[in-house]
Design a binder for this molecule. Structure first.
Ligand code: HEM
Length: 127
């Protein structure tokens, strides 16, 4: 069977729609809003670059910012298990909004679960 690069499967336009839908939710989430900048323009731009290469597209994040070192770049922020869950909830809702479905969605989401859990660097506030 023919292998399609996930980035080509979703396409640049849909990926951009997804990430805009995602950050719209992040911006109003009580647990996420406080750790993100008020203006998410640059955050969205970088996340589009990152997800493009994460999904097998051109390495445009690395070209501009160097090796992702994602966990290290998240160390300045308190990433608790609750916040990882909230991040994933926002992503699930964004996937619903833009109509991502089927095997592609399942595989992409499960990969994001692993990456989100890997970012956790602090216990929940009340633990
Ligand atoms: C940056 C939070 C998971 C990819 C950031 C920033 C915050 C954040 C606060 C800084 C935003 C800015 O300064 O513009 C979180 C939280 C997560 C999470 C709470 C929950 C687990 C993830 C995951 C990925 C990811 C799963 C990738 C699949 C990125 C990227 C950046 C970023 C690429 C930009 C890094 C840079 O170049 O500055 N994240 N993040 N994050 N995050 Fe996350």
């Amino acid at each position: 069977r023919k292998y399609t690069i996930p980035y080509e499967e979703i396409g640049a336009e849909k990926l951009s729609e997804l990430l805009h839908a995602f950050y719209k939710r992040v911006a109003s989430h009580p647990q996420l809003k406080p750790i993100f900048p008020d203006d998410l323009t640059e955050t969205i731009r970088k996340q589009i670059q990152f997800q493009t290469q994460y999904l097998g597209g051109p390495n445009i994040y690395t070209e501009e910012h160097g090796h992702p070192m994602l966990r290290a770049r998240h160390i300045p922020f308190k990433i608790t298990p609750d916040r990882a869950q909230a991040w994933l909830e926002c992503m699930k809702e964004a996937m619903d909004e833009v109509g991502l479905e089927g095997k592609f969605r399942e595989v992409y989401y499960q990969r994001l679960v692993l990456t989100a859990n890997h970012m956790i660097n602090s216990p929940n506030e009340d633990e």
